[in-house]
Ligand binder design. Structure first.
Ligand code: NAD
Length: 494
């Protein structure tokens, strides 16, 4: 590819112009024939039509998944047999990582190198749960001479999986992997902004030998009467795993309540990175730049608030702003791009409105609007606000874009109060060379996950989830297996 080609739009070869649902092993349109437009984020031009699922389509998909659960081999197969299929899925995803990344980057605006990392992580999610299900053991308890008690673990039924548009393929795999490993059948409702990569699952699963009806996909919107809402309200779907905004999570919680469904909710965040004066400043700056600007800032665990100890505050802000200005904004398919295009014009407008709000609330030290050279599409310059007060909207509200708020603190107590002073509690990052302080801070902070002197690096065995408005329940490792299975206690009198 020439340099000029890298500066212009890149359209992947063989791009589909329409996307259908996938129900009971067949690609099908909506029963009412309805479709919706999908936009390319670099130009905001419509590039395909996707089938818009309604209640009737969800009914069909759930019926297929229920039949596959009630009659099919999948829930009754040995863990080793299911594991083989899951490993094949991982192999296929790995072998197609470049194509997956190309399509994901085109559809979502993510930088191509980061989309490639996400495709590999999707394969790893399948591999991890393929291994875990084989290693799974359940509790047995003996009362000598009187009783033996053991646990029977069973798949639950049709799992409803509802996912967001940020890193869509990877986040879908994070639910599909454990739901399928444990023997459930599924109906996936991917995000309406980014249906492209999800449309590839059907072919991958067929090739890997997943039985018909085990995986079903219905595209469409979330609101009442549409696909997402209908899935939540379907009586034959006993569990819903949802990732998305906290507000949507509240609505789903209410709609699932009459059915007493099992719920796992991975919601929004406004995660703090706390930098103490004794920290390794170079490492802290690099990590906090990456922490909020990677994945276009469209990352639930983004460190979108940076709290900095007063004695290093001025130096930090100056160096941070200079480095933010060097972050390379570019077309998503360019391998040098570090921040691509935001996913959709609606989301772009939301992020830009926060940039304008920020200008009235704090001191702008980098970015602050469209980057030069990108008159079209959803491009936002990496934006840094300093001296942000804790009651500012840009301190309190999730922006979900390349925008960061920096705030000074004087004492450990003040840092903790600032860190915890928002409704969210997903992740936190602490930078200090004082070991005791780091561990005590981790203990006191309201966050589901804490990284000490570390970038956001995941270990799939650890719990993933948030507290407060950031979520309900934890997935990751055996917690995912627990969510997708019933545990029946069996008692035997001796
Ligand atoms: P969203 O809540 O708008 O949509 C998520 C999904 O829910 C979409 O598929 C949508 O169609 C569907 N939906 C919407 N209303 C629904 C309803 N009433 N019933 C059923 N389904 C409905 O979220 P988004 O804008 O796509 O994603 C961004 C959000 O996701 C951010 O808040 C981000 O922090 C969060 N997120 C959290 C995690 C995590 O693990 N905690 C990970 C990624 C993203």
């Amino acid at each position: 590819m020439t340099d000029t080609a890298l500066t212009t739009r890149h359209v992947p070869a063989d791009l589909p112009t329409r996307i259908q649902h996938y129900i009971d092993g067949e690609f099908v349109d909506s029963l009412d024939g309805d479709t919706f437009d999908v936009l390319e984020p670099v130009s905001n031009e419509v590039y395909l039509q996707a089938a818009s699922g309604k209640k009737a389509d969800i009914d069909r998909a759930v019926a297929a998944a229920k039949k596959a659960f009630d009659e099919g081999p999948w829930p009754r197969m040995l863990p080793r047999e299911r594991s083989r299929v899951l490993h094949k899925i991982a192999d296929i995803v790995e072998s197609r990582d470049a194509r997956l990344a190309e399509l994901e980057s085109f559809d979502s605006g993510l930088p191509i190198t980061q989309a490639l990392g996400q495709a590999r992580r999707a394969a790893e999610n399948f591999r991890f749960f393929a291994d875990l299900i084989v290693a799974q053991s359940d509790d047995t308890f003996k009362v000598p001479g009187r009783q033996i008690n053991y646990v029977n673990r069973k798949p639950i039924g049709v799992a409803g999986l509802i996912t967001p548009w940020n890193t869509p393929f990877m986040l879908e795999s994070w639910k599909l992997g454990p739901a399928l490993a444990t023997g459930n059948t599924v109906v996936l409702k991917p995000a309406e902004f980014t249906p492209l990569s999800a449309s590839l699952w059907a072919g991958i699963f067929e090739e890997a030998g997943l039985p018909r009806g085990v995986f079903n996909l219905v595209n469409g919107f979330g609101e009442e009467g549409f696909a997402g809402d209908s899935l939540v309200k379907h009586p034959d779907v006993p569990l819903i795993s949802f990732t998305g905004e906290s507000r949507t999570g509240q609505i789903i919680f209410g709609n699932a309540a009459p059915f007493l469904k099992g719920l796992s909710m991975e919601l929004g965040g406004k995660s703090p990175a706390i930098v103490f004066a004794d920290a390794d400043l170079d490492a802290a700056i690099d990590a906090t730049i990456f922490g909020v600007f990677s994945l276009n800032g469209e990352r639930c665990t983004a460190g979108s608030r940076i709290l900095v100890e007063r004695s290093i505050y001025d130096e930090f802000v100056e160096r941070y702003a200079a480095q933010a200005k060097r972050v390379k904004v570019g077309y998503p398919h360019d391998p040098d791009t570090e921040v691509g295009s935001l996913v959709h014009p609606e989301h772009f407008e939301k992020v830009m409105s926060y940039v304008e709000i920020g200008k009235t609330e704090a001191r702008l030290v980098a970015g602050g609007g469209r980057p030069k050279g990108f008159p079209e599409g959803n491009f936002v310059a990496p934006t840094v606000f300093a001296d942000v007060k804790p009651d500012a909207r840009i301190f309190q509200e999730e922006i979900f874009g390349p925008v960061v708020a920096i705030t000074p603190f004087d004492t450990d107590e003040e840092a903790l109060a600032l860190a915890n002073g928002v409704r969210y509690g997903l992740a936190a990052y602490v930078w200090t060379n004082d070991l005791k302080r780091a561990h005590n801070f981790a203990q006191a902070i309201d966050a589901g996950m804490v990284w000490l002197n570390s970038n956001n690096v995941r270990d799939l065995r650890t719990p993933f989830g948030g507290v407060k408005a950031s979520g309900l329940g934890h997935e990751g490792g055996y917690r995912s297996i627990d969510f997708y299975t019933e545990q029946q206690a069996v008692h035997i009198t001796l």
